[in-house]
Design a protein around this ligand. Structure first.
Ligand SMILES: C[S@@+](CC[C@H](N)C(=O)[O-])C[C@H]1O[C@@H](n2cnc3c(N)ncnc32)[C@H](O)[C@@H]1O
Length: 290
């Protein structure tokens, strides 16, 4: 059997992503960041406005978006918010709409969903000649899926109102992911859907373009202990998520599998606490000024 990308099997991808969220502090670290830093970041963008426009690029199921909107409501009580969402996956959009329907206190927020990719949105906007500007744009864990990262950043940055901000969250250049991709990327199944990019690459692009930004490191980990128990189903799915490979345990050449499993236990990738291994899942939040 040959190795194939996890993205080729939608249901297996969704299942391993769910386990990743269960086993990691991925969402918790974002919520902590929203709690501690977002209120300050949101200062300046809504001053004196009666409506604040927010654009969520790759909003997924809206879980994170709604938390962020709550912070915006708290910062600007009574101000109306227009929240537009760009999301190509129909299933995610359905879940987003369901979430909005069952959440209270969203009366002053108007939601508009666009079922398209970031580049489809860009083409549509350019063709329509409509220049719609935004007070806050965010791209959370989604830039891996665009084929022109500098172009995407440049385009969405050009849509910012004066005083507005663009927030990007991605895995950190110092995370276990960065090391894993650098060492093993070439030996894992290639796919054109996902790029191995980290915050370090984004900062390099921003430094080159002269845009002004601030970075924050968000500490996060993922309990991968189950990956080291042969035959453990959860461990196998987590390993699929780590390697973005469908059935990695069954399809990877033995030497690759052994080397990678041993590496994952090392300090460069994971910390050992109380007999368990925690993979470094640190994220970076990059806030770009208009
Ligand atoms: C890892 S999820 C992150 C979802 C959400 N932002 C969060 O942090 O929970 C990435 C999202 O980007 C979406 N996506 C994939 N390719 C995209 C593209 N080219 N343009 C916009 N969104 C895309 C996916 O459908 C998915 O919902």
């Amino acid at each position: 059997m040959t190795m194939r990308s996890l993205f080729s099997d939608q249901s297996q991808y969704v299942e391993s992503f769910r386990l990743f969220l269960e086993n990691s502090t991925e969402h918790q670290c974002m919520l902590e960041f929203f709690e501690r830093k977002l209120p300050d970041i949101l200062t300046s963008l809504g001053n004196g406005k009666s409506t604040i426009s927010v654009l969520s690029v790759g909003g997924g199921t809206g879980e994170i978006d709604l938390q962020m909107l709550a912070k915006l409501q708290a910062k600007y009580p009574g101000v109306s918010i227009h929240n537009d969402v760009i999301e190509p996956c129909a299933e995610q959009l359905i879940q987003y709409k369901e979430r909005v329907a069952k959440t209270s206190k969203l009366e002053n927020i108007k939601f508009t969903w666009h079922k398209e990719t970031a580049s489809e949105y860009e083409s549509r906007m350019k063709a329509s000649k409509e220049v719609r500007k935004w007070d806050f744009i965010h791209m959370i864990q989604m830039l891996y899926y665009t084929n022109d990262v500098p172009g995407t950043i440049r385009f969405f940055h050009s849509l910012l109102e004066p005083g507005a901000k663009l927030l990007i969250i991605l895995v950190s250049g110092s995370s276990g992911w960065a090391r894993l991709w650098k060492k093993y990327g070439a030996r894992l199944p290639l796919n054109d859907l996902c790029l191995y990019i980290t915050s370090a690459d984004i900062e390099e692009i921003l430094d080159g373009s002269g845009l002004k930004y601030q970075s924050f490191e968000l500490q996060s980990d993922m309990d991968i202990t189950d990956c080291f128990t042969e035959g453990n189903k959860r461990g196998e799915l987590l390993l699929d998520f780590l390697t973005e490979t469908c059935n990695f345990n069954k399809t990877a050449p033995l030497d690759l599998k052994n080397e990678l499993i041993e590496d994952l236990k090392k300090l460069e990738y994971s910390e050992k606490k109380g007999g368990r291994y925690f993979f470094n899942n640190n994220l970076s939040a990059i806030v770009i000024e208009s």
